[in-house]
Design a protein around this ligand. Structure first.
Ligand code: DX5
Ligand code: ZN
Length: 221
C-alpha cells in the first residue's frame, strides 16, 4: 500500500497567472507543486528560479514545493532554494561535482533530498548514497521541455528502482516525470512509482464544463 502524490509541473502553467494556477491545482486535489528549474546550460531551456519559489510562498502556498534542478553547477542553487522555501530539492548527479556533498547540503538546510535519473543514467549512482536520499526521480523523457511522450523502457527502470527502495527499507519516494497522463498513470503506478509529475496533461486540459480545465484530469489520476 503506497500513498500516492500528484505533482503538477508548473512548467505548463500560465506564468502570467502563476499564483492562481497553483491555487487552482491544489484546490482540485493536487498534493505537491513540481517546480522545474532550467538554466540553458545543463538543459536547452530557461525557466524560473528561487525568486519565483519565494513569491509562491509569499502568495500563500503552503503545500510542499518539489524543486527539480536541471542546472549545472547545482550547489549555489541548492542554497538559494532552501532559503526560498523549497520542500524537496532534487538534482541530476551528472550535474554535481560532489553528489554526496550536494545531498548533504540539501538535508542540512532542512529539505528533503533526491537524485534525478535521465533515461540513459544508471541507477548505480544510488549505490553509496541511499542513506542520504529521500526521493528518487526517474525521468521518462529527456529533460528540458514539457509535452513529450513517455519513454516505455522507463517502466522496467521503475521496477528496478522500486526493488532498490524496498531493499533499503527506507521511506524513499519514487517519482516519475515526463509524459504522465490519466491513461498511463495506472501502469506507471503498477511499476512502482508513488509520486507523479504531470505538466501538460494537467494544465493543457480544457474539458467542457470544467472551469479550470484541469480538475477532471486530476480527479482521474
Ligand atoms: C521536463 C520537466 C517536466 C515537465 C513534464 O524536463 O522536468 O517536469 O514539465 O511535462 P509533461 O508532463 O508535459 O511531460
Ligand atoms: Zn520536472
Amino acid at each position: 500500500a503506497h500513498d500516492y502524490l500528484i505533482a503538477p509541473s508548473i512548467l505548463s502553467a500560465d506564468f502570467a497567472r502563476l499564483g492562481e494556477e497553483v491555487d487552482n491545482v491544489l484546490a482540485a486535489g493536487a498534493d505537491i507543486v513540481h517546480f522545474d528549474v532550467m538554466d540553458n546550460h545543463y538543459v536547452p531551456n530557461l525557466t524560473i528560479g528561487p525568486m519565483v519559489c519565494k513569491a509562491l510562498r509569499h502568495h500563500g502556498v503552503t503545500a510542499p514545493i518539489d524543486v527539480h534542478l536541471m542546472v549545472k553547477p547545482v550547489d549555489r542553487m541548492i542554497s538559494d532554494f532552501i532559503e526560498a522555501g523549497a520542500s524537496y530539492i532534487t538534482f541530476h548527479p551528472e550535474a554535481s561535482e560532489h553528489v554526496d556533498r550536494s545531498l548533504q547540503l540539501i538535508r542540512d538546510g532542512g529539505c528533503k533530498a533526491g537524485l534525478v535519473f535521465n533515461p540513459a543514467t544508471p541507477l548505480s549512482y544510488l549505490d553509496y548514497v541511499m542513506d542520504k536520499v529521500d526521493m528518487v526521480l526517474l525521468m521518462s523523457v529527456n529533460p528540458g521541455f514539457g509535452g513529450q511522450s513517455f519513454i516505455p523502457g522507463t517502466l522496467d527502470k521503475l521496477r528496478e528502482a522500486r526493488a532498490r527502495i524496498d531493499a533499503s527499507g527506507k521511506a524513499i519516494r519514487l517519482e516519475i516525470d515526463g509524459g504522465v497522463k490519466a491513461d498511463n498513470i495506472a501502469e506507471i503506478a503498477a511499476a512502482g512509482a508513488d509520486t507523479f509529475v504531470a505538466g501538460s496533461a494537467i494544465f493543457n486540459a480544457h474539458q467542457a464544463g470544467d472551469p479550470h480545465g484541469y480538475d477532471s484530469v486530476i480527479k482521474k489520476m
